[in-house]
Ligand binder design. Sequence first.
Ligand code: FRU
Length: 468
Amino acid sequence: MTALTNDLIKLTADAERNADRDGRFRQKLHLMPPAGWLNDPNGLCQFKGIYHAFFQYSPFNAEGGVKMWGHYTSHDMIQWKYQGVMLYPDQPFDCSGVYSGCAFIENGKMYLYYTGNAKLEDSDNYDYINSGRESNTVLVTSTDGAHFGRKRLLMKNSDYPADLTLHVRDPKVWKEDGTYYMLQGARTKEDVGQAVIFRSEDRIHWTLYSRVETKKKFGYMWECPDYFEVDGVKILSASVQGLEGDEWKDRNVYQSGYFTVEGDILGEYSLSDYRLWDYGFDYYAPQSFDTEDGRRIQIGWMGMPDCKEYTNRTVEDGWQHCFTFPREVFVKDGIVRQRPIRELEERKILLEETKNILKTKKCTVYEAVVSNISDDQFHAVLAEGLTAEYENNRFKIEFKNDKVSCGRKYRFAGMDHVTEVRILSDESSVEIFVNDGEYVFSTRYYPEEPGICIEAEGAEIRLYEISE
Ligand code: FRU
């Protein structure tokens, strides 16, 4: 442990001790930072029965700062226990931030791969794209998920292809036919976003294997790539910066979505069109993992980087951002879908069961399930500030009150019918799953008072309170 590590431990403890844990927008079901800022989920896994969620963490500043890995554990992905910071930026190769990465589990060992970010002193000579920074691939291991060994530098920029800029990051590792593969997000010197695949026989020594890219340029940088197979469908996920044109106009500053992969991503393959994981305001950098019972769970950052359009009222309380509620990714009728993890069911208490219309001010943490919607009739108002409705082949969420929205306006997705809607609301977030999880809308919101009004002619409506 270095003197810097010691100081960071002390400063983090001070920040967490002084944090306001009772602010009215603190979430009940969603992971938040103990103090300061949170972004991407990292190192998600189930290890020896316990779920681990690490997170990009800047405890000293609610608007972001140097990144480290905070650590939560859980038995059910609902109640999480904070375990402190596991990785501090305390080495020359990660001194400007322990950036995002993954967990890979094998033979009773947890391997954490991450990007060590090092930025050189500010200077007019650096553009921080082709000069002035390092993206290092680093490994740390653990046999108990509580104690981690020393950091081992595996690769530096000079080990990556020469046509890439210095933006190469966010390793995601998997094993196929006895060989280990690592995906990393990248930006080429021509400003093209892509993913790079490395291979290894021993998880330590990695060599370049191949690239994954679209036929036509798709953004200038792919962050946090992920690759997995679910229900026989191969999925390449990427959080993409730099998408331009009409299609992206009324959307978030950066996008998070996926391509389905036909063929072999390690050989001959073709990518489908890109489809968004989420159509709301706050969703980025998702990561997925397999549970020991074989489910593919995905968690995203319920936030948006470099966003000038909207903000979060929790900044005044000294913290910002949270994760999405964990979702199971599944495929039905050939469509990739998401639903809240089934552990939620055990927490639900039925409050009301009705038809056509539901109006209540009873709770803030709830799930409303609207099923058998007929003739596409759906209109809801949450907390007197957020509407969700289906009209003219669009499902749209729109804010009518700036205190509730903090700058958010509207988002939509085109679809030709609406049959089923699930609304999962926490103290300051809403996630809306439409048509059996075919579309999802996630947003932070800041209700002045609780309230929900749903009108859906002919539909069955159930309202559940969710116990902690
Ligand atoms: C995505 C991201 C990653 C990076 C991390 C730094 O939100 O920019 O690419 O590793 O955040 O916090």
